[in-house]
Design a protein around this ligand. Sequence first.
Ligand SMILES: Nc1ncnc2c1ncn2[C@@H]1O[C@H](COP(=O)(O)OP(=O)(O)O)[C@@H](O)[C@H]1O
Ligand SMILES: [Mg+2]
Length: 305
Amino acid sequence: MLRVEGLVKVYRDVRALDGLNLEVKHGQVYGFLGPNGAGKSTTILSTLGLVFPQEGRIELFGEEVFKDGKFDEGKLVRAKAKIGYMPEHATLWDFLTPEQTLEVIADSFGIPRAEKEKRISELLDLVGLKEARRRKVGKFSKGMRQRLLLAQALINDPELLILDEPMTGLDPRGIAEFKEIIREQKKAGKTVFFSSHILAHVEEVCDTVGVIVKGKLRLEDSIENIKREFLRKAGYTIVIETNRPVDWGLAGWNVSPLGENKYRVVAENDIREELHDFVASQGAKVLTMQVKEPSLEEIFLKLIE
Ligand SMILES: Nc1ncnc2c1ncn2[C@@H]1O[C@H](COP(=O)(O)OP(=O)(O)O)[C@@H](O)[C@H]1O
Ligand SMILES: [Mg+2]
């Protein structure tokens, strides 16, 4: 659906993309994760022909839209008709209502009148702006603006949705709602490619996550596998609480106390079962046991090392 190979983009002295490869398959929800400045927006803008890379290939819907340093305008225009795009920094007309905003966008796509009204009403419903459809956008919260931008991106019923940091600045509830909308798009057979610099945004909703660091794709896998791989490298940190003190002297693990009957264990692999057995062998019981999840920042740091 979207394939990028060896993409290079240099802005004066900044090598924003340094031989980037990635592949988004039909029907996937693909999370494009990376720290600020990693090259996410540059990648997205390149796939839409809004930034001119110097090297590499870009394929959309099986058509080669960029190669040998130039775009094939005809192919690009045809591909873009099937893409919905939500930019990272978008402006809305503050003096228009959501209904009016979507009408302007629908007209720019030449959507016929009868279909237009139906489509706008469906979209406002989908993004939860039905009640607010006749209110001026100027007074909208960040979350409401993001939803309207998503509705805009969906106006042409695109096969591929490309969203640049769609959940940045939303509160946890807004994020959960946005994820739900993305899931619905997937159910409707759409492919979604969205970027974020926050791990929590790609969790639960993505089939595949690509991690970009300094213009290169470092990993492409499920979020579970990415975390597991990290844990394997960094070691498992397990926090354990018992009903009474445990003498860890004989265990041979790296254990440090965290409070009364609470300990931190760092091991090379997942030793939760062994911990249970050891605690039981001391006549004590495990009350809680947690594997400490690495934060995205920790993962990035490990990847950059
Ligand atoms: N128009 C531009 N001119 C010069 N440098 C740019 C421009 N756009 C982006 N950059 C630089 O390219 C790198 C990648 O930026 P960007 O693609 O926006 O990253 P991200 O979206 O992951 O935060 C950064 O170092 C950024 O400063
Ligand atoms: Mg960006």
